[in-house]
Ligand binder design. Structure first.
Ligand code: T5A
Length: 210
């Protein structure tokens, strides 16, 4: 595979989308072929699954249905968009990926991590991010940032305790895979976060001669 696969993760409102926008522009200005995408979503089929997943009216959705829908959207996204972009030598920047499932469905919903890893392997056909940036902010700060701007989606409606378990699961993933998952303090001003994220990604691309 010729390209580089970079994901960005964190709790609600941690600033992923803001940072991904900056990073995408920055890398494109430096001549890198960049593909920016998100999960759940990134293709017409996966975006349709996203609507099902996030609709606040779907309160009856079971944890198993939720898990399988996230993985189904991912299977489509990986084979239709991410893998072809990587084979074409692009830098793929993805807003959330498998770590979100481990954190939300594993940490948040309490599903077994071994089961999740088996499903990740099926959905991704073994594709794993080369680098993951985890923007770590407190749950209170993240939720405060997303409040007011738009109606809350089904997952944002979950309790503070749920979101705290999600944050702790992300930090556990980072401690288990420190080489791949780099933690950046997301409570800092946007500019400071941007500098740290850019430096990490540039160092990574240089060290991989990309
Ligand atoms: N999910 C997802 C699962 O449960 N399992 C899975 O497998 C996957 C893939 C997806 C939802 O699905 C769940 C997780 C989610 O609940 P999403 O659209 O990715 O939905 O969800 P959000 O995390 O809610 O995305 P948001 O766009 O709301 O948040 P971001 O991207 O983290 O934050 P951003 O950049 O939009 O910023 C939010 C606000 O904060 C400000 C911004 O200007 C904006 O107003 N901001 C800052 N303010 C102060 N300081 C900073 N450093 C700031 N950075 C940004």
């Amino acid at each position: 595979m010729k390209g580089v696969f970079i994901t960005i993760e964190g709790v609600e409102g941690c600033g992923k989308t803001t940072q991904l926008r900056h990073l995408s522009r920055h890398l494109a200005e430096r001549g890198h072929p960049v593909e920016t995408t998100r999960e759940p979503g990134g293709t017409p089929i996966a975006e349709a699954v996203r609507v099902l997943l996030l609709d606040p009216a779907h309160t009856a959705m079971t944890p198993t249905t939720e898990l399988l829908l996230y993985e189904a959207a991912r299977a489509q996204h990986v084979s239709e968009r991410i893998r072809p972009a990587l084979e074409g030598g692009r830098v793929v920047l993805c807003d959330r990926f498998v770590d979100s499932t481990t954190a939300y469905q594993g940490g948040g919903r309490g599903m077994a991590w071994e089961t999740l890893n088996e499903l990740h392997a099926i959905a991704t056909q073994g594709l794993w991010p080369h680098l993951t940036i985890l923007l770590d902010v407190s749950v209170e700060e993240g939720l405060q940032r997303v409040q007011g701007g738009r109606p809350r989606d089904r997952i944002e409606e979950e309790s503070l305790a749920f979101h705290e378990r999600v944050r702790q699961a992300f930090l556990r993933i980072a401690s288990q895979e420190p080489e791949r998952v780099r933690v950046v303090e997301g409570h800092l001003p946007v500019e400071s976060v941007r500098e740290r994220v850019t430096t990490l990604v540039e160092e990574f691309l240089r060290s991989h001669e990309f």
